[in-house]
Ligand binder design. Structure first.
Ligand code: ATR
Length: 288
């Protein structure tokens, strides 16, 4: 298959800090080729000092839209003209659409996470307890998704406690019945809460290439066989966190299905084309 770029080609892409290992460019360009669309998806490696100019540049260069990834999902919001309601509540965007010069922010991570957990993880969220590691932009989307689906209780652990408190404060106001408690990333509380939970999710960047020897859990004895252990990271496909979980007899899921489902939603927002997820998941599993 060959890609023809011409004067009418619409540009989409991804903005992030360490995106050399992102699968999104490969994934979106494969879809573009397969469906003979006149689009091209590009990686934009951006430093924090250039974030403002970069987002203004989306309008200036008439770029159709972008994905926003680590670590700009929260920071990007203030530069947008409009933010869709759930993204505003979450306080993080992973997708921007340029609608004739108006930049609109969305969060397709919510639908991507829910679908992956329910369909690939075969996990019924309602009435369960979950431990979330991390309190960045990705964690916000995960907590929001779990609350929407009626999770019973959430325990958030983060190195910076203040950030976890902020999530609790922001999201509790939209879900008055929610039960959220927050802790620093330390072993004693982790042990107690992980024992109570059936779902343990890593939303931190620990374990992501090139830092593949890192894991957010201080001790692998904290895993147990009654857990579904979910790592939002997809590269490497099996992080140290997931390898240890598997050794302890837990069921595991990585970030690949979520990447595909959130990508399909973003692609729809830019192109109007709704794609079949099964076929794309198979393609991406081959190239990942
Ligand atoms: P994203 O948008 O992908 O969620 P982020 O908002 O930068 O990215 O969040 C990254 C998460 O990884 C945070 O929870 C961060 O912890 P802090 O809030 O304390 O910064 C966590 N994280 C990153 N490096 C870490 C490390 N070395 N140890 C513990 N947590 C780390």
């Amino acid at each position: 298959m060959k890609k023809n770029i011409n004067g009418k080609t619409k540009i989409i892409g991804i903005i992030g800090k360490n995106i050399e290992n992102s699968l999104s460019p490969l994934f979106h360009n494969q879809i573009i080729l397969k469906h003979s669309l006149n689009f091209c998806y590009l990686p934009f490696q951006v430093t924090e000092t250039n974030l403002t100019k970069t987002i203004q540049g989306i309008k200036a260069l008439n770029i159709r839209g972008v994905n926003i990834t680590f670590p700009y999902k929260e920071k990007a919001i203030k530069f947008l003209d409009e933010v869709e309601e759930s993204a505003r509540r979450i306080g993080a965007v992973n997708t921007i659409v340029n609608n004739k010069g108006i930049l609109i922010g969305y969060n397709t991570d919510v639908i991507g996470f829910k679908k992956s957990l329910q369909e690939d993880g075969k996990f019924a969220i309602k009435g369960e307890k979950a431990v979330i590691l991390g309190a960045g932009g990705a964690a916000r989307a995960v907590v929001y998704a779990l609350l929407e689906e009626g999770i019973e209780e959430i325990f958030i652990f983060n190195r910076t406690l203040e950030k976890a408190k902020k999530i609790k404060q922001n999201l509790s106001s939209f879900f008055p019945k929610s039960r959220i408690s927050v802790f620093p990333l330390e072993e004693e509380d982790l042990k107690d809460k992980i024992e109570k939970a059936h779902l343990l999710i890593n939303t931190t960047s620990l374990g992501m290439a090139p830092q593949i020897d890192n894991t957010p859990l201080p001790d692998e004895k904290l895993f147990h066989p009654n857990l579904l252990v979910y790592d939002l990271i997809y590269r490497p496909a099996k992080t140290l966190f997931l390898r240890q979980a598997e050794r302890a007899g837990a069921k595991i899921i990585n970030g690949l299905p979520m990447l595909v489902y959130q990508g399909i939603e973003s692609f729809y927002l830019w192109t109007g084309l709704k794609l079949e997820s099964k076929e794309i998941l198979e393609t991406i599993e081959r190239i990942a």
